[in-house]
Write a protein that binds this ligand. Sequence first.
Ligand SMILES: C[S@@+](CC[C@H](N)C(=O)[O-])C[C@H]1O[C@@H](n2cnc3c(N)ncnc32)[C@H](O)[C@@H]1O
Length: 439
Amino acid sequence: MDTEQTARSVSIELLEIFDDKKSLNYSLANDLEPRERAQVREYVQNILRKRSYLDFIIGEYSSITIDEMKPVLKNILRLGLYEMLFMDGTPDYAAINEAVELAKLRLGSKAGDLVNAILRNIQRDIDNLPKPAFEDRTKLIATTFSHPEWMVKRWVKRFGEREAFQLMQSNNQRPFYYVRVNNLRTKTENFKLRMEKLDIPFDESEWLPGYYKVDSVAPFIEKDLLKKGICLVQDIAAGFAPTILEPEPGETIYDLCAAPGTKSIVMSDMMNAEGSIIAVDISAQRLELLAESAMDYRAENIKIRQDDVRDLNLKLADGVLLDAPCTGTGVLSKRADLRWKRTEEELENSVKLQEELLDEAANHVKRGGRLVYSTCSIEPEENWEQIQKFLEKYDNFELEKLDEFLPEEVLVEDGYAYQTLPHIHGCDGHFGVRLKRVK
Ligand SMILES: C[S@@+](CC[C@H](N)C(=O)[O-])C[C@H]1O[C@@H](n2cnc3c(N)ncnc32)[C@H](O)[C@@H]1O
């Protein structure tokens, strides 16, 4: 098998498992070369971004429904069709041949014939493919834009159809990435020179210092810049939470729900690694990543603690960051899998958990100290509504304006919160507020 075939077969295995267990285990690709591993991520995320539409087309050309197909057959067809419709570099005949070979290998020659027949018929009509035409408008939109119906319903209700389409289109695009320079290992000027020398195109952000928009993180991985702690991959909007918490050298900061730790690392840099950051998370596995990063990034003031934030019993801190677990509806372009994993019930559970975590976070802020609450969600229940409930309960906290920290275009609620939206701001969707404990 050549490189691409291997990347294809692993992608299909990953997608099969995802259909069953809703989890993506990229470690299945560990034995592949770095370039192939990156290709697996591309295939998997791209197919998940277009899944409903691909399934619709396959369904139109197959005598059995997509739900009746074995997961492996379904995913071979999805991958073949994806390559035919959306990958410029792969000729149709090659996409079809690869899919047929994979079907034969995994399911036998009859399955190979079936895949061949379906994909060749689609190829024949490629300039005139059927369009989804359901009477049910939600189903029609959900199929066209490959999002679950519950998300479509709530976004159309909130934004109107036009804007909801723009949001979903953004979610379906390959994302840009940002890298942030780590001043604990290098100087900004040197970092920029290094990128120029390595011929890595970048755009310096006007929103926050030290953030650079890049097309791909591959060169940073290949040149070991992440492992050497020179820079980290962090969306610009994810950088807002540490920015508004404004940790200073010598302070005691709690990063609650900290793993895998990108915000802890940034805060350590802001503090020049002086003072202490207690990074708490419930997941031992994710904390291992944090521990490794803390070493790579020379973030020596981070102390790690595995705990449920709801069981914490620590002294009061100068600043607390609660980067709460959430539905992640702001990051669906980078994490296309989340749209098929999340449910409306999960949104409700997430809101409840956030409320409990906020109570605990508030109890750990000293008088005059600050509490930052942030999410990577765009759902009001997890964001502004959550904060309104909090303020009704706690008269010892007040919201603070954010205009001295962040650009006006990301501020909402009279400047008391930030909320980015992928289709408007061209970055991930994040929310955050800064609260001061006044008594
Ligand atoms: C949004 S992620 C945090 C991302 C992290 N702040 C960063 O910037 O890299 C949410 C985290 O909350 C953690 N978590 C969920 N429930 C928790 C709980 N009850 N106590 C502590 N951590 C929890 C999850 O393990 C997950 O790592």
